[in-house]
Design a protein around this ligand. Sequence first.
Ligand code: NAP
Length: 254
Amino acid sequence: MERWIGKTALVTGASSGMGESACITLVNHGLKVIGLARRFDRMEKLAIKLERAKGRFYPMKCDVTKESEILEAFKFAETLGGIDILINNAGLFIPNHIIDGPTADFDQVLGVNLRAAAICIRETAQSVKKRKSQGHIINICSILGHNVEIAKGAPMNLYTPTKFALRAMSDVVRHELSVTKADIKLTNLSPGLVKTEMPGNSSYGEKIYEVMPYLLPKDVVDSMIFVLGTPPRVEITELTIQPFNGNLESNNSS
Ligand SMILES: NC(=O)c1ccc[n+]([C@@H]2O[C@H](COP(=O)([O-])OP(=O)(O)OC[C@H]3O[C@@H](n4cnc5c(N)ncnc54)[C@H](OP(=O)(O)O)[C@@H]3O)[C@@H](O)[C@H]2O)c1
């Protein structure tokens, strides 16, 4: 991770779960981290907690379905030298069905999980290329973006399709980066169930953690740090991280 010390990362969905955990870890590694989310108060509290850390946390209130707010964040990033690492983490899950769900929900899920990720990728690629620098983009996908059957019958709305599409978008972008000889790695991280607010908001509620093994945000962030720390000749393109399905009680205790 030494090569990233003093560089700038942008993390979407920084107010909770994996995004918050990623911000803490990256700041502790000495990076400047811009965190985007709508719940600014939570990020403000995090900024206070990180005041004495090696790097610095810059919270920005941003609804990622609004392009102008994303562009504002990238404009601010220029004052810090430009974005070197993008963690496309913001995600939205609305538990209802496609066959009778409202179009507004389709728009929201597409807007957060796919359109915002595309805008952030474009802006990061432009920033890195302009500076003839190196970059790394990490898209937080899901094992649900590999296999629809895992959530068979559950009210997933467009969540699962957007996670498949995010992985497809990564492949398209990797080709584009290669053609233009951009020095930017791109990794899809696909976790299984992680204990955050998101699954708890599903129709199963918090009960899901009593019946299924789960990861902690830190487990996913540890993988993120591993991926970012690979030598220049190595690009981890896809990483799935599953809770180990052993003894549920002992596995979930640490
Ligand atoms: N938890 C799991 O089991 C699991 C498994 C695989 C993949 N994932 C993926 O992991 C990523 C992180 O999710 P999480 O589990 O950490 O859930 P989480 O705690 O609910 O975090 C979701 C984050 O996305 C942000 N967000 C949602 N809509 C937004 C919007 N319109 N504008 C800006 N930010 C927005 C939220 O911030 P605000 O509400 O403050 O805006 C929040 O910080 C997501 O992409 C999710 O799909 C989760």
